[in-house]
Structure formats: C-alpha cells, structure tokens
Design a protein around this ligand. Structure first.
Ligand SMILES: [Zn+2]
Length: 349
C-alpha cells in the first residue's frame, strides 16, 4: 500500500522509538519524500538548495480521521481521539454529499482539510474563447462577447513600481523589507481582482454549458526580453501581467465544476477574420481595430482573437472530425459585445 524509498528505510526504523500511531509515521515519511523530490528538482534546475528542514511542527494525515457534523476527530493514541470544532463555513462545505474529505493538516494555528469532489463533466455544446492582453480580458463566442477592462490592474502595478522607485534610503535590509511588504500587498490586490474575473468566466461557462478555451502562451516571456528592441517600460508592462495567474485560476475552478478546459495553438488567432477566414488588415490610426476586405467592416482586435480562439476550440473539442469551414462560419450580425470594468464586475450574465 505504501512505498518507502530506499533512502528513507533507515529513517522508518528510527521512527519506531517514537510513541505515535504508525500511520503518522507513514505520512511523516511521505512528507520527507516530497521534500527530497523537490530538492532533487532544484538541483536538476541548477539551483543550490539547502538541506530540507521543517520550521514549524505540523501534523498531516489521510488515515483514521472522521468528520462528524461540526467536529473533526482524529486519533492521538490507540482508541483515543481529539476533536476540533469546525467553523460554519467549513462545516457547510463538508456537508455537501458530493464532497469527501481526503486528508487534514494541523499546525499550531490552523487546520486545513483537503477535499475531493466527484464531478460529472459537462458535455459542452459550445465553446468560449479567452483572449488576454494588457488592457482587457475578452471572452465569449459568436453569440456574445464580454470584455473586462483590466487597466486598473496595470495602474496598481505602475503605482507600485513608482512607490518603489521613490524609496531613497540607502540601507538594503530596510529596502528589502519594505519592497517585499509592498510587493505582497500588490500581489494580493491583483490576485483578488483576477479571482473576480476567473469566477465570472467560469460562472458564465457553467451557465451556457460551454467549454473554456485558452491560448497556449508558452514562451510569451521570451518575446519581451532585454535586447529584443522594446523599451524598458513596455517590457515591464508585458512581463508583469499575470497571464498565467488567470489561466491557473480558471483551470482549477473549471475542473471543480466539471467544465472542460483546453489550450490551443495561438497562431493566426489575431490575423484571420472570424467570419470569412480572410486576412485582416491593421490600421495605424485605429490600431485597436482591424479591417476585413471581404466583409467590409472594422473589427475589434481583442474580440477577433476571442472569437477565433473559441472557433478553433470548437473545432477541436466538439467536432474533431468535422469541417473547418463549418466551424469558422460565425453569426452573420456579429456578437453582442458587453463592456465591463473589473471593479464593477457582476456575474449574472
Ligand atoms: Zn471577413
């Protein structure tokens, strides 16, 4: 049932001297294995990790514990249990019959319970494409497109960079302390807003029974490196955007609801017309808009990208053997475009 690595076998015998339940010894070994594995990974990456240690005591286990309504009871010795009172929020979540608690972790200050949910995956009829860029997050398909303005996030970051640059005291320890505190606050403010966006995307997909399609942005950081001919400010802006954070949040929230999630190749998603498949032309004056010569109309660059991502996903997801042209042919009138601000985001679409 439990595989102990060769290197840790002696440790298991040492643990025999301790008067604790045997399955706590097993989890202790598995925790140690995890730390060793992480250390090996770090060494492979060329880092020089210190030998692992545990800073604060904690107890983690997936065996022998029970949740009785508002109590978590776990064994301390043979047939002897300790109880912890759960708060209403946690007890409420755990009362869901679809949710099974799998393990618990107790530290000096906290208790966390990891849970498993048996989800029936939604069979999607449609897809929504998600386009991320500096100014907004655009998502939807040929029926409806929702554009969430994210310039507020950009402002938070610019503000933080400005405050950091005005710090003049010449003491690197204090500087480090202050900037790390500011940085953490900044990250929290941004994460909170991204949570709002990811939640609304997942809710929308759930309501419309659609799959969620992202662009695979592998290598985006490489595009904005030093020496690529872009300005410092521009590079900072692009490299500080939390492209992956949104994707990470949407993917786990979607998995929790049983909504299919996939990533597609981003090539040509911002140069082809989503309606006729022709090549779009840019314009210097109207640089957010693109012109389609066949359809004789201007289109918003970000909406075009979202529609193309949705189409590509639909083709791959719902109709893998089907005709590309069929999947490409969108709504003739074009989608309804809804523009909202991240600070005023509501999710009843
Ligand atoms: Zn066209």
């Amino acid at each position: 049932m439990f595989h102990i690595k060769k290197t840790l076998k002696p440790a298991y015998h040492e643990l025999q001297d301790y008067d604790i339940l045997s399955y706590y010894k097993l989890t202790a070994i598995s925790q140690a294995c995890g730390r060793l594995a992480q250390m090996k990974k770090d060494i492979k990456k060329g880092k020089k990790p210190k030998s692992p240690f545990v800073r604060k005591p904690y107890l983690v286990s997936c065996y022998g514990f029970k949740i009785n309504g508002i109590l978590l009871s776990f064994p301390v010795r043979n047939r002897e249990f300790a109880n912890i009172l759960l708060n209403d929020h946690v007890a409420g979540i755990l009362s869901d019959p679809l949710i099974t608690p799998r393990s618990f972790t107790i530290t000096l200050q906290s208790l966390s319970v990891s849970i498993f949910k048996d989800v029936t995956p939604i069979i999607p009829e449609k897809t929504i494409g998600i386009d991320r860029n500096l100014r907004n997050v655009t998502f939807g398909n040929d029926e409806k497109v929702i554009q969430v303005n994210t310039s507020e996030l950009l402002k938070i970051k610019e503000n933080y960079a400005h405050v950091k640059s005005t710090f003049t005291r010449n003491d690197h320890r204090i500087r480090k302390k202050v900037t790390s505190k500011l940085g953490k606050r900044q990250i929290n403010r941004i994460k909170q807003r991204i949570h709002r966006i990811s939640k609304s995307i997942v809710n929308y997909a759930k309501k419309q029974k659609t799959a969620i399609i992202f662009e695979d942005l592998k290598g985006i950081r490489k595009l904005y490196r030093k020496g690529n001919g872009q300005g410092n400010k521009f590079r900072r802006k692009l490299n500080s955007w939390s492209f992956y954070e949104l994707e990470r949040q949407v993917s786990y929230k979607a998995a929790w609801e049983g909504i299919p999630f996939c990533k597609i190749d981003p090539r040509r998603t911002s140069i082809d017309c989503p309606r006729c498949g022709g090549r779009l032309q840019g314009d210097r004056q109207k640089h957010r808009d693109l012109w389609c010569g066949n359809c004789k109309r201007w289109r918003d660059r970000d909406v075009v990208a979202a529609l193309n991502i949705s189409c590509k996903g639909l083709h791959r997801f719902c109709n893998p053997q089907g005709d590309t042209g069929e999947a490409m042919r969108g709504n003739l009138d074009g989608p309804v475009i809804l523009r909202v601000d991240v600070s005023k985001l509501v999710t009843d679409w």
